[in-house]
Design a protein around this ligand. Structure first.
Ligand code: URA
Length: 236
């Protein structure tokens, strides 16, 4: 949600100050109703008119972002912490992240202003594989990880079968690196799955999201996705 005067100004109709005057003068409607309060918040799909003329719809944009650790997957944070959209100062569209990556996790995340796309991707029927690499405490063994391949109960609900491989194991340090592929997106799912079989996660990175990978990207990098790339995830 954004303040109405900001949205009008962003649409290029008038400056922020002039947009406030338009609102106070009763020349702005939101979903057919005249709005004169300056603090009014509007959502992306609200229809805004100035003097009876609808604002141009924002073009739909899609970005891939390599989220660093220590960044919140949201468009704003009430504790003033760094958020993913802070990395997009030049983007005027009101983008937000699709799904979440924990504050202390790094890796691939999509951002868009396309609500239908974001909703469709979040739906459980849309089984998009995500590949995570986790550094775990304890020496990982196939036997102990095996239950995750079939699914385990977390909060009374069984997880879908995961693909697991052990990338490395350090006997001396008693830790290891495990790769895990899942298509669900429950809260802290990978951490909770690994913890449940005896391996607390020390570090977590999402390396793949559907067809997209971190290849060629450094932490903090972003790139716009073409419509064709987006269609590989979600046919229009
Ligand atoms: N699983 C987690 O535990 N954390 C994430 O951020 C993503 C998946």
């Amino acid at each position: 949600m954004e303040r109405l005067q900001k949205v009008i100004a962003h649409a290029g109709v008038a400056s922020r100050r002039k947009s406030e005057e338009l609102i106070e003068a009763g020349r702005v409607k939101v979903n057919g109703k005249t709005v004169t309060a300056l603090g009014t918040k509007v959502a992306v799909d609200d229809v805004i008119e100035v003097d009876g003329v609808p604002l141009d719809k924002e073009p739909l944009v899609y970005y891939l972002f390599y989220k660093p650790r220590g960044v919140i997957s949201a468009a704003s944070d009430n504790k003033g912490r760094k958020v993913v959209t802070d990395f997009f100062p030049e983007v005027d569209e009101r983008i937000y992240p699709v799904g979440r990556l924990d504050y202390d996790a790094s890796g691939l995340i999509l951002l868009t202003n396309d609500g239908a796309f974001a909703q469709a991707l979040a739906h459980p029927s849309k089984k998009i594989d995500k590949v995570y690499v986790a550094k775990v405490k304890g020496l990982p063994t196939r036997e102990k990880l095996a239950p995750l391949k079939k699914g385990i109960y977390l909060d009374g609900r069984k997880t879908a079968p995961a693909k697991i491989s052990i990338l490395s194991a350090d006997r001396q340090k008693e830790n290891g690196i495990v790769q895990l592929t899942i298509h669900e997106g429950r809260n802290h799912q990978v951490k909770n799955m690994l913890k449940a079989v005896g391996y607390p996660v020390e570090k977590l990175k999402r390396e793949k999201f559907g067809p997209f990978t971190l290849e060629g990207m450094q932490s903090g990098d972003k790139r716009a996705l073409s419509r064709r790339e987006v269609e590989r995830l979600f046919p229009f």
